[in-house]
Ligand binder design. Structure first.
Ligand code: SF4
Length: 705
């Protein structure tokens, strides 16, 4: 079989790779010389082909005839007929918005686009959102209110290598996105400085010149403290502020109150390090601030990010090469998914459901009356919180997302999912979420489909089919059109993939994320095309804001933020901070990577990382099974000693379900007021030993505490 040039199925770096299969059917993956990864892949990418031969692949629709019963095989017609009939009945009783749609951050642009159209035209519901809400939505919200548009990185990642100083806030790319480290390494080899702000001494922090080991939830205070020093010591660029921004006076007034000693008390970062970091950034010819999930996945995530975006503006660093602020998107197509209309308040191209002109533009492409389009719907957490409520959502359709593991407060979520009148999951495996569904629909995966993705830089790239899906497997596109047809509300569309891409381009024409000038031929010839690209003659836009920001007056907006801290802080009952995150060998909920033997063998289970001094005060030995408890519930995990974590902080990776699931501990109600991001990164927690008879594995190994 001919080798296929495509991209990795996992994170937003979307490394270029080549897939090949020999005559015996064995797949090989090799890194491809693409502008982002330059031939590099991480362990997840190198082992991704194992997904194509995973033994537990779903190959037939499954139906559960009654709650509590077992799933049984069904035909496609039977499954789609049942879904359509139940949707009609539920909408007749509860209204159209009683159907919720939850998309995945790994769906191609074409699927994400059609999912938005399916929800708003086929189902007629306002309630569609996606798990990208749980990824970079605070970064997106901060970008919109500061720059007027949301593109994770407003510059190519190659810019990182040309910076003179980079501040990474709550990002651990050395573990989560290793090939990107070549740009940080190149930056440092040129004499540049890497500063990392993170509560843990991660591999990225260890590689840095300066590690600011802040208290969880104190990110905005750190940003203000850095700005305080920059103002005090004459490091800001007043000419840039005057010419290209508005709103600095209030931000300046607040920042002057965050002198280094006060910032040290709020963040735990020594004042001398705050001053040093501010000077490294303020004296650099090209300085860059990059945020990721650490500051973003908090109930004040948008403010946290704005604090660093303000700093980049005050230093006069935005809009020039190798400088500025960016958000390191995590999910494979988290960027494209929100551009294409999966988000509750957005139509394709970032058009707004609240804007009559935007509604009319998309309605014209869709061939419907603009008044027939629903209003903005519930965000992901609010939609999941409304499941089963009298005036809430009574049927949920999930496309390629493992919410039973990855959504916050999974104990309460499982109860709400059980109360649904219809729960449909389309996925490639019987994930923890699919196992709870009334109807399961098997779909094609990554290397079995064509389409496009948009990486963390806003570069639109091709995903290419290397093999047909197994017999019995369907496509998300056919599921959406099949259900819409059965409902009598067809979503007239060309499901031939390039035709769908062309329709998508028309729907985004003239919008902020304009794809109209992009086609598959250009993507192939140019190694991806950066949006906005309004027509075929346009070269695409690798770097934004060189001349103006995306507001009518062309000026960026400083946004005044007051550090509010997280929704809950340690107290006598829950005396420790808890933070959650990823490991090198797994991706998101682990639904895919836990099925790759090499990755599963390397990290077979979750754990709680705890400083040995903290553990010893509680009488907890390394390897001992312990309970981690928050106000939501308890997770039972082995304790893993680490001197790289603060004495007052615990860390639990979120790649596993069951009793060790990290999201048994996180809150679904502490939401950011702008981005509606839940507080994944911070909770108050208690760590407790459990009785010896409840930890047989530990005792069998002779590891007495
Ligand atoms: Fe690249 Fe991310 Fe895939 Fe690793 S997981 S190979 S960093 S795209």
């Amino acid at each position: 079989m001919a080798a296929t040039d495509t991209h990795c199925p996992y994170c937003a770096l979307q490394c270029g790779m080549t897939l090949d299969q020999d005559d015996a059917g064995t797949w090989t993956v090799s890194g491809r010389d693409f502008p982002t990864n330059k031939g590099g892949l991480c362990r997840k990418g190198f082992t991704a082909a194992a997904l194509l031969t995973a033994p537990d692949r779903l190959t037939t629709p499954l139906i559960r005839d009654h709650k509590g019963g077992d799933l049984r095989p069904a035909t496609w017609d039977e499954a789609l007929d049942l879904i359509a009939a139940r949707i009609l009945a539920i909408q007749a009783q509860h209204g159209r918005d009683a159907i919720g749609v939850f998309g995945g951050g790994g769906l191609t642009n074409e699927k994400a686009y059609l999912l938005g159209k399916f929800a708003r035209v086929g189902l007629g519901t306002a309630n569609i959102d996606y798990n990208g809400r749980y990824c970079m939505s605070s970064g997106a919200a901060a970008g919109i209110r500061g720059f007027g548009v949301d593109r994770g990185l407003p510059f190519p990642i190659a810019d990182i290598a040309g910076a003179d100083a980079v501040l990474l806030v709550g990002a651990n790319p050395a573990e989560t996105m290793p090939p990107i480290m070549q740009y940080f390494d190149a930056m440092r080899a040129r004499g540049g400085t890497l500063i990392v702000a993170d509560p843990r001494r991660t591999p990225t922090a260890e590689a840095a010149d300066l590690h600011l080991q802040l208290t969880p939830g104190s990110d905005a205070a750190l940003g203000l403290g850095l700005l305080n020093v920059a103002i005090r010591d004459g490091l800001i660029d007043q000419a840039y502020i005057d010419a290209r921004t508005t709103g600095f006076a209030e931000v300046r007034r607040i920042a002057t109150q965050w002198w280094p000693d006060r910032t040290e008390r709020a963040t735990g970062v020594p004042a001398t390090d705050i001053v040093r970091a501010a000077h490294l950034l303020g004296e650099a010819a090209a300085a860059m601030m990059l945020t990721a999930r650490g500051p973003e996945q908090q109930s004040r995530g948008t403010d946290n990010v704005s604090a660093f975006l303000n700093l980049a503006l005050a230093l006069g660093q935005v809009g020039r090469a190798s400088s500025g602020w960016g958000c390191i998107t995590g999910q494979g197509n988290g960027q494209g998914g929100r551009e294409m209309g999966q988000k509750a308040d957005q139509l394709p191209g970032y058009r707004r459901l609240s804007d009559p002109a935007d509604r009319a533009a998309v309605a014209a492409v869709w061939g419907v009356d603009a008044d027939s389009l629903p209003a903005a719907g519930l965000s992901a957490s609010e939609m999941l919180g409304a499941l089963g409520k009298a005036d809430g959502v009574h049927a949920l359709m999930v496309f390629a997302s493992n919410i039973a593991v990855s959504a916050p407060d999974t104990i309460a979520l499982a109860r709400r999912l059980a109360a649904l009148k219809l729960f449909v999951v389309a996925d490639i495996f019987l994930s923890e979420t699919a196992a709870l569904a009334d109807v399961v629909l098997p779909i094609a995966q990554w290397a079995e489909e064509d389409g496009t993705m948009t990486n963390l830089e806003g570069r639109v790239i091709r995903r290419r089919r290397a093999a047909p899906p197994p017999a019995g497997v369907g496509s998300d596109l056919a599921i959406m059109t099949g259900i819409a047809d059965r409902l009598g509300r067809p979503i007239a569309t060309d499901t031939a993939i390039e035709g769908l891409f062309a329709e998508m381009g028309r729907a985004t024409s003239g919008a902020a994320a304009d794809y109209q000038g992009i086609d598959y031929g250009r993507i192939d010839a140019e190694q991806g095309v950066f949006w906005p690209c309004p027509d075929a003659a346009h070269p695409g836009t690798p770097r934004l804001f060189s001349e103006r920001f995306a507001f009518p007056d062309g000026r960026a907006r400083f946004v005044a933020v007051h550090p509010m801290g997280p929704a809950e802080t340690p107290d006598a009952t829950y005396p420790l901070w808890l933070t959650t995150g990823r490991l090198m060998g797994h991706y998101q909920s682990g639904a895919q990577t836990r099925r790759v033997p090499e990755l599963a063998d390397a990290e077979p289970e979750g754990f709680v990382s705890v400083h040995p001094e903290t553990a010893r005060t509680l009488g907890i030995a390394h390897g001992e099974l312990v309970d981690v408890t928050t106000r939501r519930g308890t997770a039972r995990l082995p304790a893993r000693y680490s001197r790289k974590i603060r004495l007052d902080t615990l860390f639990v990776p979120f790649h596993w379900g069951g009793v060790g699931n990290a999201n048994r501990l996180t809150s679904n109600t502490a939401l950011d007021p702008v981005s509606r991001m839940p507080e994944f990164k911070v909770a108050a927690a208690r760590l407790s030993p459990i009785p010896p008879h409840e930890q047989p594995d530990f005792l069998q190994q002779g590891n007495q505490p």
